[in-house]
Design a protein around this ligand. Structure first.
Ligand SMILES: [Zn+2]
Length: 400
């Protein structure tokens, strides 16, 4: 069989079948639970989702018995600060991205490679660094994690042509507005608009300074700049006053990003306000790691559990914040369990000895899920997580 598969590779691409799924979480906040037990992926894309008897599971190159565990889209970390491969100088750690894979994260989005030692702030230098970061992370995926990087921080003196040039070179995101020399709404608004014109998405630092040298960005600057993502609306770590957070939820039409490296009370305020305003579909999650508080390999599931338990929101909805919501706000092809989407999944179960009756119940009680397997683009990237509490049941890779 192997020989046949190898020889027919081009015409007969890899086929992954995951069967015996106990609960299928879609990532879609309008329909977070699907009535299905089987996912079929061909060449790294989801081909079918349904009941096993209704799907074509024949000629699989890899079959996974989910053993009744929960399958969700791979988690997306909307806010990281990568620098070089799997090393971060911020806390001088190696292997931090691979550690996050073991927290269920399959996709990361850079909010700027700002921890780069000696980061250039002149225009040609910052453009060169952004293009380099975009290329290096496209070419190297620690643990298989997809990292969208190459996020220049805007500086005074940049003109429309600079954004045009960056876009033509493959840059698709800006680093956090406010971390560079541009700290006034008028200039930031102009540059964000130029970026948007050429298809570059933007995010803005929100709240007090993160570390010595960074500065306060208040609600007026966030609203005037109108970046695509209200970055760490709960502060990174210092949050804005409550009335300003409420005003951002009410008046910004952009993504509202909650991070692990932020104020937890402000995170709950944001979620409750967004819920009242029926704007939960705009909530997205990040860690902001590496940060002064370190690298948080379980940061995304910790925020999910915190929002679900303390904010009393169903766990399947909180998981959408880090999957389908982020994918929609960030124009990514992952984050949903639906045909055509990237076949990136996290398989999990309630942690051993959790007081929760099921995985969802355990998260609603404040526990972390036990991760049993992570799949990226149809390829098994991690088996039982080395970082989460052990899952009660774990999926198994069967013979092809
Ligand atoms: Zn920030």
């Amino acid at each position: 069989m192997m020989a046949h598969d190898e020889s027919g590779k081009a015409a007969n691409p890899s086929k992954l079948v995951i069967r015996n799924i106990g609960l299928l979480l879609s990532g879609d906040i309008d329909r977070p639970i699907l009535d299905a037990d089987t996912v079929v992926a061909v060449a790294g894309r989801i081909e079918a989702v349904g009941k096993e008897k209704d799907t074509d599971t024949s000629h699989a190159t890899t079959t996974i018995d989910a053993k009744g565990t929960v399958l969700a889209p791979g988690l997306i970390d909307s806010h990281v600060h990568p620098v070089c491969g799997d090393w971060t100088p911020r806390q001088n750690q190696v292997g931090w991205i691979d550690s996050c894979l073991h927290g269920g994260v399959t996709t990361m989005i850079s909010a700027g490679e700002v921890h780069t030692p000696g980061r250039p702030k002149d225009i040609i230098g910052l453009k060169a660094m952004a293009i380099t970061a975009q290329r290096t992370f496209q070419g190297f995926r620690p643990g298989g994690v997809k990292i969208y990087a190459g996020a220049p921080v805007i500086e005074h003196g940049m003109g429309e042509d600079d954004f045009k040039e960056l876009a033509a070179a493959g840059v698709k995101i800006l680093g956090e507005v406010g971390l560079g020399s541009v700290k006034d709404g008028k200039t930031a608004k102009q540059m964000v608009a130029w970026a948007r014109k050429y298809g570059i998405q933007s995010t803005i630092h929100t709240g007090g300074p993160s570390i010595p040298g960074s500065s306060l960005i208040d609600k007026d600057m966030v609203l005037e700049t109108d970046a695509d993502v209200v970055g760490h609306i709960n502060g990174g770590h210092t949050a804005l006053p409550d009335d300003q957070i409420v005003a951002l939820c009410e008046r910004s039409s952009r993504a509202l990003e909650i991070v692990h490296n932020g104020n937890e009370r402000a995170a709950l305020l944001t979620m409750r306000t967004a819920k009242e305003l029926k704007r939960l579909s705009r909530l997205i999650l990040g860690t902001d790691s590496p940060a002064g508080s370190g690298v948080q390999p379980l940061g995304i599931i910790r925020v999910i559990s915190m929002l679900s338990s303390l904010g009393e929101i169903p766990a399947e909805i909180a998981i959408c914040f880090a999957t389908g919501n982020t994918a929609r706000m960030r124009n990514l092809e992952c984050g949903l369990i639906a045909p055509g989407r990237e076949a990136s999944f996290v398989l999990m179960d309630k942690a051993q000895h959790s007081a929760g009756k099921t995985l969802l119940d355990s998260v609603q009680k404040g526990d972390l899920p036990g991760i049993g397997m992570v799949v990226i683009d149809g390829v098994v990237s991690a088996l039982r997580s080395r970082n989460t509490p052990p899952a009660t049941k774990v999926p198994e890779v069967m013979a092809g």
